[in-house]
Structures are given as structure tokens and as C-alpha cells.
Design a protein around this ligand. Structure first.
Ligand code: SAH
Length: 350
């Protein structure tokens, strides 16, 4: 069986050759797929070709299993069912500058961050390129609106599913497909250093986000097991390398957890750490502060908004631009991994 949504236009051209079809059909199929049109409704293809494609291919487009719409800000949280019954989440956020979709990169996650709901049951499997792309296609189809920005900040570690993620980035950027510019795509990582170094070589002008969450190794290792493998110094040196190769701004995510990483000394240490690491470069330093979303099983507590603002103030006063992120969809459980967990993970097991 073939996975049409994972195929590039050039690969579809080869497929058309094999099927004895004219090559221009590849472009037609590619663009129908991008709009989430079922094969049976690809009306400019012959019935015979539609029949052949249906027999040959497996439908990997995620299906809306559950949908929660925020009454506060219109944020939509999707629980998507995959073709094997597994589930992942995406969140559609509406901003003045356009619609942003936060997508998942794996079913579950094996990185083990202590505060995160996505990692509690471990990693079940990687998502195919088609399932990464399919979240965007399905959200556009369901909402009837164009998605202009993508953030890979949902369930999973994108750099732990490297090849599929890179293929997805090229597919979603394709002019004949969804045509979403690389500059409108962010990829967030917990700090998989070899992945960051490889990504720097791809020369895709996407935005890299680093989930830092601590400014010393002891604190970071206690929160994020990945830090036992790649320490902060190694991580930041990979970031500098990434900046030098791509000239793209890196954004640092910092989840504030009460009593763990939210002290004023911590804020000063963070500013010093980042400034030292990027000394001699012209990289703008930007930190996104997020107050932790309390997940029952993790026992991590959220601090006050005043504390978060104070943390930001200290960073700003030391020359590191910091903002406290506005929370969208707070009434639809929009923190990653929580809806999938509540659903029991696999819809076939319910
Ligand atoms: N694996 C990637 C992307 C997914 S997590 C990464 O680690 O970056 C997306 C962001 O949400 C990360 O910054 C992550 O640390 C953060 N996050 C996870 N659980 C959270 C929680 N309970 N509260 C606040 N932020 C959380």
C-alpha cells in the first residue's frame, strides 16, 4: 500500500508513469490531497485512475475524533484519530496576524520531561509525514480557514522523528500544496543536540525554539532527563552553531514552575547564561515565559502572574527580551497531551 499524502510531486510523477497516466496528473493529485479531498471526489481524474489510487493507497488523513472550542478566544482543540486508532492533538489559535496550528510530531513521547502530560505513557510511535501534514489539512478542512503559521509544539519531540519531520516541512512548504512559508513555521525541541546540528545544515529558514526551562544543569536534569545526555553548555553551543549557519533568531521557552526554577536569582542566572553563550554574535535573545500548566500526575505547581512578570522584568533589564506568553484556550485544556490522555490514548481501546 502507498501513503499518498507523504509523497512529493516528483514521486507522484513517477507513480503516474508506473500507472501509465500522463505526468500532469501528479500536480492535480497533489493539489487535491492538499485540500483534503477524498480520492472519489477528485473530479478532474478519470474514474479508472480514482479507482486505481483507492486500491493502491491507505488513507492516512487524521479524522476529527473530538473538538473543543474555547468560549473565551475561539481556540479550537482537536483530538485526531489516526488510521490505526491512535490519537494525537492539534490546537488552532486565532491571532490578528492569522491562524496558527500547533501540531503533534509523535504519538506520545519518550523524553520524560517531569512536568509534561505527553510523555507519561512513553512513545507509542512516530507520525508519518502524511500525518504531520494531515493535521494541517484536516484543520483547514474542518475550520474552512487557511492556516498561515505552524508550530511544532504539540505531543512528541520533533527531532526524535527527524526524517519524517524534514519531509513534512518540504511538503507543507510546496507551492503546489499548502504553500506555508518556512518563516511561518516554528519547531520546538527539548534539546536533542545532534538533531539541532543536522537541522542547521538543512538551511530551512524555520524558527527554532529551545525548551530550556532552567539555567543550571542540576535543575534542568531534574526536570528534563534529556539534559543528562546533552548538558546546557553543549545545547547552547549547538544553538550558536544553528544561528551562525541560518541567521535565524532562536527563541527560548522557559516554563515557570513554582519553587523549582522561578526565583529572581534564577532569572539573573538565565540572562548571564544566554548572554555568555551568544557573546560575539549579533543574535537577538528572546525568552518566552510560560506559567506551567498543572498536570495532576506531575505535581508541578503554577506560580503567580506577578512572579512571572517580575521574572520577565529582570530578564528585560539585563538585555534579554522576555515576554510572558498569553494563554489561549485555557478552558479547552489546551496544554499538550492532556486531551489524548483523557481519551485513553487509542480510540480502539475505549
Ligand atoms: N518536545 C518539544 C515540543 C513539544 S512540548 C519540546 O520539548 O520543545 C512544547 C512546549 O510545551 C515545550 O516548551 C514544553 O516544555 C512545554 N510544556 C510541556 N508541558 C507543559 C506544561 N505542563 N506546562 C507548560 N508548558 C509545558
Amino acid at each position: 500500500m502507498i501513503d499518498l499524502y507523504s509523497m512529493t510531486e516528483e514521486e507522484l510523477v513517477k507513480l503516474m508513469d508506473e500507472l501509465g497516466e500522463p505526468r500532469f496528473r501528479a500536480k492535480q493529485v497533489f493539489s487535491w490531497l492538499s485540500s483534503g479531498t477524498p480520492i472519489g471526489e477528485m473530479t478532474n481524474l478519470s474514474k479508472a485512475l480514482r479507482q486505481k489510487l483507492s486500491e493502491l493507497s491507505v488513507d492516512t488523513l487524521p479524522k476529527v475524533e473530538k473538538k473543543l472550542v474555547s468560549k473565551i478566544d475561539g481556540t479550537v482543540k482537536y483530538l485526531f484519530a489516526l488510521h490505526d486508532g491512535e490519537c494525537v492533538e492539534s490546537v488552532l489559535m486565532r491571532y490578528k496576524h492569522g491562524n496558527t496550528l500547533c501540531i503533534s510530531s509523535q504519538v506520545g513521547c519518550r523524553m520524560g520531561c517531569r512536568f509534561c502530560a505527553s510523555t507519561i505513557g512513553g512513545r507509542v510511535r512516530d507520525l508519518f509525514p502524511s500525518e504531520l501534514l494531515g493535521q494541517v489539512i484536516a484543520a483547514e478542512k474542518d475550520s474552512g480557514e487557511r492556516i498561515s503559521n505552524i508550530v511544532m509544539m504539540g505531543i512528541g519531540e520533533p527531532l526524535d522523528n527527524y526524517d519524517n519531520v524534514i519531509r513534512f516541512l518540504r511538503l507543507v512548504n510546496d507551492k503546489e500544496g499548502l504553500n506555508i512559508g518556512y518563516r511561518h513555521i516554528s519547531l520546538s525541541t527539548c534539546g536533542v543536540v545532534p538533531g539541532i546540528l543536522r537541522l542547521a545544515e538543512e538551511a530551512l529558514p524555520i524558527t527554532l525554539s529551545i525548551s530550556l526551562h532552567a539555567s543550571d544543569d542540576e535543575t534542568r536534569s531534574a526536570l528534563m532527563p534529556v539534559n543528562n545526555k546533552w548538558k546546557i553548555a553543549e545545547l547552547l553551543s549547538a544553538c550558536v552553531d544553528y544561528y551562525k549557519k541560518t541567521r535565524r533568531r532562536i527563541s527560548f521557552e522557559y516554563t515557570l514552575i513554582a519553587g523549582k526554577n522561578d526565583t529572581e536569582e534564577g532569572a539573573r542566572a538565565l540572562a548571564t547564561l544566554l548572554k555568555n553563550a551568544f557573546r560575539g554574535t549579533d543574535a537577538p535573545l528572546h525568552v518566552n515565559l510560560i506559567r506551567v500548566n498543572a498536570v495532576e500526575e506531575t505535581g508541578m505547581r503554577q506560580g503567580s502572574i506577578e512572579g512571572a512578570n517580575r521574572f520577565a522584568e529582570i530578564l528585560n533589564s539585563l538585555g534579554v527580551v522576555a515576554t510572558v506568553r498569553r494563554r489561549l484556550g485555557s478552558d479547552v485544556n489546551a496544554a499538550c497531551g492532556q486531551l489524548r490522555r483523557a481519551s485513553g490514548g487509542n480510540k480502539n481501546e475505549n
